[in-house]
Design a protein around this ligand. Sequence first.
Ligand SMILES: [Zn+2]
Length: 184
Amino acid sequence: MESGKVTISRAARQADFPARFQLIAAMNPCPCGYLGDKERGCICSQSQIDRYKAKISGPLLDRIDMHVEVSRIPYKELRADHKKIESSIHIQKRVSSARNIQLKRNNGKANAHLNTLEMDQLLNISEKNLILLEKIVSQLKLSARAYHRVLKISRTIADLGHSQQIMQNHLLEALSYRCLDRTT
Ligand SMILES: [Zn+2]
């Protein structure tokens, strides 16, 4: 998942194949599916919810950079004025622009693929914000991997906002995407 390659071993031979992919996964919040729903109550016990969440292993969860809770869309909003909603084409433009900023700054690499040495040289974050991140990571007991992932996500959020430096709000937004870490 992290090396971007898969090794196949057969008898005396072994071969590496490219396997870089982006994992996007979805799950219900609990076995009945209604935990946190404003309109319908959840009927699961806490132990059922804990057992259900424990099905995803910690190491796998640690490698998923962004955990986003998506609530039910109220019926009225399904019929909302589409002019008020940002179009996919507009979003695509914002994403392409942020990606181009990354490739230019990182010598052709996306933020996700930076190593720790490159991160030190290219991320552009103040000492004060780094200390803040270290403090929060230690309070939430996040892993060293999560620390590096949060930094890269912060860099991408800053790129989306065309900000040269990673500011505190970029950092806090990136940390908010690790919500499943904090409950397990
Ligand atoms: Zn439930």
